[in-house]
Design a binder for this molecule. Structure first.
Ligand code: NAP
Length: 275
C-alpha cells in the first residue's frame, strides 16, 4: 500500500478526507495551538482535529488562515460539545465554532458524545450541511446501537465515527460495522496518550525498521484502514509522528499488533458517559 502524509479516503458523500491529521486535545489555547498547527501544516499535515470543548478553535483557525497552504487543502474537523446537544443549541454552537475559527466553511462537524438530545443535534447538523456550511457531518463515540438508532431517522448517513482506538482497544466489531455502512473510523488516543511507547511488542517491531513504538502504531492504523489524529504540541513530536511513510509492516507484524487487543479503555465508555 502506498501511503503518504496527504493520502485521503473518500467519504460516503464523495468528500476526500486525509487519513492522517493532528489532534489538539489539551493543547493550550492561543499561541501554543496556533504554533503547533502551523508547524504541522509546514511539515505536510493536511488535517486538524479540534472541538468546542478544547477551547482552542481560535488558534486552529488562525493557523489555517495563515496561508501556509491554501484553505481548500486543509481538512478541519470540530465537534459540538454535550451541553449543546439539541437542535437549537447545536445550531448556535456551530455558529460560535465558525466565529472562533474565522472560517467560512468547516470540513467535518461531529457530535462529540451520544448523550442528551443528540438526535435533535443530528437534525441540526443535517441542516447545516444542506446549507453548505460544512462539507461532511459525522459522530464520535457512537456504539453500534447508537448508529442503528440514528439510521432509523437520519436523512444523511454519518461519514465518520471518531472513537477511542489503539492497540489495547481495537473495537473490531464496531469497526467492521462502520465499514459495512461506509462510515470511516478515526482513532482517538491512538498513542494511548503516549503509553504505546512502553509496549514491548511494538518496540520490538520498531527496532527492525529503526522506528519507535509510536511510529509503528500509527503506521499500523493506516495500513488497516483507519484514520488517525495523534496529538502533540511539540514540534519534534509532530515531526516524528509523521515520519511513518518510509516503511511497511508485514502481514505477520500486523497480526502481532492485532493480537494486543485487550478491550482496555482509557476514556469513558459511551454508555456510561458522565457517570
Ligand atoms: N472524540 C473524542 O471524544 C476524543 C477524545 C480524546 C481525543 N480526541 C482527539 O484525538 C486526538 C488524539 O488523542 P489524545 O490527544 O487524547 O491522545 P494521543 O494522541 O494518544 O496522545 C497524546 C499524548 O502523547 C504525547 N505524544 C505525542 N507524540 C509523541 C511522541 N512522538 N513522543 C512522545 N510523546 C508523544 C503528547 O504529548 P506532547 O504534546 O508533549 O507531544 C500527548 O501527551 C486528540 O488530541 C483529539 O483531537 C477525541
Amino acid at each position: 500500500m502506498t501511503l503518504s502524509i496527504d493520502s485521503t479516503v473518500q467519504l460516503n458523500n464523495g468528500v476526500a478526507m486525509p487519513r492522517f491529521g493532528l489532534g489538539t486535545y489539551q493543547t493550550p489555547a492561543g499561541s501554543s495551538t496556533e504554533n503547533a498547527v502551523r508547524h504541522a501544516l509546514e511539515v505536510g499535515y493536511r488535517a486538524v482535529d479540534t472541538a468546542a470543548l478544547y477551547g482552542n478553535e481560535s488558534g486552529v483557525g488562525n493557523a489555517v488562515r495563515a496561508g501556509i497552504v491554501p484553505r481548500e487543502q486543509v481538512f478541519v474537523t470540530s465537534k459540538v460539545w454535550v451541553d449543546d446537544l439539541n437542535y437549537e443549541d447545536t445550531k448556535a454552537a456551530f455558529d460560535a465554532t465558525m466565529q472562533q475559527m474565522g472560517l467560512d466553511t468547516l470540513d467535518l462537524y461531529l457530535i462529540h458524545w451520544p448523550v442528551n438530545d443528540w438526535q435533535g443535534a443530528w437534525r441540526a447538523l443535517e441542516e447545516i450541511h444542506q446549507a453548505g456550511r460544512v462539507r461532511a457531518i459525522g459522530v464520535s463515540n457512537f456504539l453500534q446501537h447508537h448508529l442503528e438508532t440514528l439510521f432509523d431517522f437520519a436523512e444523511i448517513r454519518p461519514t465518520v465515527n471518531q472513537v477511542e482506538l489503539h492497540p489495547f482497544l481495537q473495537q473490531p466489531d464496531l469497526v467492521a460495522f462502520c465499514h459495512e455502512y461506509d462510515i470511516q473510523v478515526t482513532a482517538w488516543a491512538p498513542l494511548m496518550k503516549g503509553r504505546v511507547m512502553d509496549v514491548p511488542e511494538l518496540v520490538d517491531i520498531g527496532q527492525q525498521f529503526g522506528k519507535t513504538a509510536i511510529q509503528v502504531t500509527l503506521r499500523w492504523m493506516l495500513q488497516i484502514g483507519l484514520l488517525t489524529i495523534p496529538k502533540s504540541a511539540k514540534p519534534e513530536h509532530i515531526d516524528a509522528n509523521a515520519d511513518i511513510f518510509d516503511f511497511e509492516l508485514s502481514d505477520s507484524e500486523i497480526q502481532t499488533i492485532n493480537s494486543l487487543d485487550r478491550d482496555e479503555r482509557l476514556g469513558m465508555h459511551p454508555d456510561h458517559f458522565g457517570e
